[in-house]
Write a protein that binds this ligand. Structure first.
Ligand code: ZN
Length: 234
C-alpha cells in the first residue's frame, strides 16, 4: 500500500472518531433539555395537586366566614324579636331566621364536601410531592452524569485535535486538501476496493483503476465518486 494512503487511513480513522465525538457533544444540550423538562413536569404535577389543596383550603375559610356572618345575622334577628311587640313583625323575624338557618345548613353541606375533597387530596399531594422529589434527585444525578460525559468527550476530542498535526504533518498539501474535501462531503475520503467494486459508491471501477489500486504505487480515485481507493479484500 502506498505510504501516503496508509497514513491517510490512520488520519481518517482518527477524524471519524473526532466527528463522532463532536456529534455526541452536539446532542448533549438536547439530552440536558429533555432531563430538565422531565424535572419541570414532575414539579408541575406536584404543584397542581398542591394548588387544588390550597384552593380548597381558601374556600373552606371563606365558608367559615359566611357561616359566622349568618350566625351574627340570626343573633340580630333574635334581639329584634325581644324588642318587638307586633306579632306580625315577630313572625317575619322568625321567618327570616328560618331562612338564614337553611342557608347555614346548605353551607355546612358544602363544607362537608370540601372536607372530603381535602381528605382525598392529602395522599395525592403526598404522592406527587414524593414523585417530584424522586424525579428531581434522579434527574440531578443524570445531569451530573451528563456533565462528566461532556468533560470526557471534550478531553478525548481535545486529544485527537491536538495530535492531528502529528498524523497530517508531512503529507502533500494538495492530497490533504483532497482528503479534507472528500471527508467533509462524502463522509469517507478513503474507501476499500473490493472485487473491483468501490465500497463508497458501490460501482464497479474500470480495469485500469482496479489495476492501479492493486499496484499501490500511485494515488487512485474512483472514477464514479472520486473517493480515494485502497485495496480491500481482493
Ligand atoms: Zn466510488
Amino acid at each position: 500500500m502506498l505510504p501516503e494512503i496508509e497514513r491517510l487511513l490512520v488520519l481518517q480513522d482518527r477524524d471519524k472518531k473526532a466527528r463522532a465525538l463532536r456529534t455526541e457533544l452536539k446532542n448533549l444540550p438536547i439530552e440536558r433539555k429533555n432531563l430538565e423538562q422531565k424535572l419541570a413536569d414532575a414539579r408541575h404535577l406536584a404543584g397542581d395537586a398542591k394548588t387544588r389543596q390550597r384552593t380548597a383550603e381558601i374556600e373552606q375559610a371563606r365558608l367559615e366566614t359566611e357561616i359566622r356572618s349568618r350566625r351574627d345575622q340570626i343573633n340580630k334577628y333574635e334581639a329584634q324579636k325581644l324588642q318587638t311587640r307586633k306579632n306580625e313583625e315577630f313572625q317575619a323575624l322568625n321567618h327570616s331566621i328560618e331562612h338564614v338557618r337553611k342557608e347555614i345548613s346548605g353551607i355546612e353541606d358544602r363544607q362537608l364536601e370540601l372536607m372530603e375533597t381535602l381528605e382525598s387530596l392529602k395522599p395525592e399531594v403526598a404522592r406527587s410531592e414524593k414523585a417530584a422529589a424522586e424525579a428531581a434527585s434522579l434527574v440531578q444525578r443524570q445531569l451530573a452524569d451528563l456533565d462528566t460525559k461532556c468533560k470526557n468527550l471534550e478531553a478525548q476530542l481535545a486529544e485527537l485535535e491536538a495530535s492531528r498535526e502529528k498524523y497530517a504533518g508531512g503529507l502533500d498539501e494538495d492530497l490533504l486538501d483532497t482528503y479534507k474535501r472528500l471527508f467533509t462531503s462524502k463522509t469517507e475520503a478513503l474507501v476499500a476496493l473490493n472485487h473491483e467494486v468501490c465500497s463508497g459508491c458501490h460501482m464497479k471501477v474500470t480495469a485500469s483503476t482496479a489495476a492501479a489500486t492493486r499496484a499501490g504505487k500511485s494515488i487512485v480515485h474512483c472514477e464514479q465518486c472520486n473517493r480515494l481507493l485502497y485495496l480491500g479484500d481482493a
